[in-house]
Design a binder for this molecule. Structure first.
Ligand SMILES: Cc1cc2nc3c(=O)[nH]c(=O)nc-3n(C[C@H](O)[C@H](O)[C@H](O)COP(=O)(O)OP(=O)(O)OC[C@H]3O[C@@H](n4cnc5c(N)ncnc54)[C@H](O)[C@@H]3O)c2cc1C
Length: 398
């Protein structure tokens, strides 16, 4: 049986989330501008989100969250994603949201108390440090070069990372480091919890990027003779790549949910503009060249939503959904960018101005086609699975 009905409780929460975004966040957007909101404002917005009952749909109840399943989170993150401030206000923004999921799944009780609780309560930020400058890990994580070696008291980490979102001001990093060699490169990595106060971890600089709205920016980070104890190991030694997958499938899907909210709002803005503005004796909405662009956007966003919901359903049923989350990530990242780009075009010069948020949406959404796996790498993985399936089935081409 295929069931698409959203439960009444989730419909009510969605409406409440949407009303919260429109009432509390959208009016602040112009004043916040291109950059991230300051931490004091984020704290105030989180207090308001709690008061409105929309804080932390993905978070366990013991940390003040709503503990919804992935299907419900999909609906609520889309509603919150209508404003770039929404995910921050409900504490569902990257990279903290993915890190919280990972800590919830893998961390010891002591690590959860020390790192997950304050993160979920929204009093600290975190970062996830995997990517390295060439020739280190990028699209291909098996090229990981940061190394952690055993010492008498624990481990010492040596290596360099870059494009680490939120590193500046983060209370801790989850750092991926190689702990044993493996000819394929795909085994022998470990995740370490490194406090920002550790003298061996240093944020070198913030990288100037196209997007500007992530608190703490995207940073180059150095681990230089960075000593940590055995209690810094997250999960099991040498199991880091497995945990990275555990983090990534839901994390890339929650990105899709949030960006779908942005794209939906972009489309609404374009519809509003086209319904009001005239040219050549007709409203823009009556110009087929405009109307078809909006129709195409609506078709793509509908398909994007269904892909997200289906993948969320698989996760709710205990499947890893690697194939589906790869397809959803690729499609949604591209559909979101096309939608925002079309909306901007329909709004003409106003679209590229800072009077409406479309230029910001375009800048902020573009990198989504690169992080959490570039589109090409997902296509490569999807195609590889197709051929594996074909060979395994023993089918012959006809
Ligand atoms: C805004 C932003 C935030 C980020 N945040 C984080 C973070 O918090 N933590 C973290 O660890 N990393 C982060 N990253 C890094 C991100 O995960 C990497 O950029 C991504 O994995 C790609 O690696 P790379 O940049 O080294 O690209 P490269 O590996 O150098 O690849 C460059 C391009 O080559 C193409 N390509 C690569 N392989 C293939 C292939 N097999 N087939 C066809 N084409 C291919 C793709 O188009 C790709 O974009 C962030 C990146 C950005 C842009």
């Amino acid at each position: 049986m295929i069931e698409f009905e959203v439960p009444q409780e989730v419909v009510e929460l969605r409406d409440r989330t949407r009303a919260f975004v429109d009432r509390e966040l959208v009016p602040l957007e112009a004043a916040v501008g291109m950059g991230p909101p300051d931490p004091q404002l984020v704290a105030e917005l989180r207090a308001k989100a709690r008061a409105a009952g929309v804080y932390g749909p993905h978070l366990p109840r013991q940390y003040g969250g709503l503990e919804m399943d992935w299907r419900s989170v999909a609906v609520l993150f889309e509603a919150a994603g209508r404003s770039l401030l929404g995910p921050l206000a409900i504490n569902g923004a990257a990279p903290d949201e993915g890190n919280m999921h990972l800590l919830h799944e893998v961390a010891t009780a002591g690590q959860q108390e020390r790192y997950l609780r304050p993160l979920a309560e929204g009093t600290i930020r975190s970062c996830f440090a995997m990517t390295e400058p060439p020739p280190g890990a990028g699209s291909d994580p098996s090229m990981l070069r940061t190394r952690a070696s055993r010492t008498a008291h624990g481990w010492v980490i040596q290596g360099e990372k870059w494009f680490i979102s939120g590193a500046d001001g983060a209370a801790f990093a989850i750092c991926m480091a190689r702990t044993s060699d493996d000819p394929t490169g795909w085994r022998g990595a470990t995740m370490f919890l490194v406090d920002a106060t550790n003298p061996g971890m240093r944020v070198k600089h913030t990288i100037d990027t196209l997007d500007h709205a992530t608190p703490g920016g995207h940073c180059a980070v150095v681990f230089d003779s960075c000593e940590v104890g055995d209690d810094a190991v997250l999960g099991e030694v040498d199991e880091g790549f497995r945990y990275a997958q555990l983090r990534l499938a839901p994390a890339r899907l929650t990105h899709c949910m949030r960006w779908l909210g942005v794209a939906t709002r972009a489309l609404e803005i374009a519809i509003g503009y086209a319904a009001e503005r005239s040219s050549f004796g007709r409203q823009l909405s009556e110009q087929q060249g405009v109307a078809f662009q909006l129709a195409d956007a609506e078709i793509e966003l509908h398909a994007a939503r269904l892909m997200i919901w289906h993948t969320a359903w698989l996760l709710d049923h205990g499947q890893n959904a690697r194939h589906e989350s790869s397809m959803a990530k690729t499609f949604v990242a591209e559909a979101v960018f096309r939608t925002v780009d079309r909306a901007l075009q329909v709004c003409g010069s106003l679209g590229v101005s800072n009077h409406i948020p479309l230029a910001t949406f375009l800048r902020e959404s573009r990198p989504f086609r690169i992080y959490d796996g570039p589109s090409e790498v997902h296509r490569m993985a999807i195609a590889a699975r197709l051929f594996r399936r074909f060979r395994a089935s023993g089918d012959k081409a006809t």
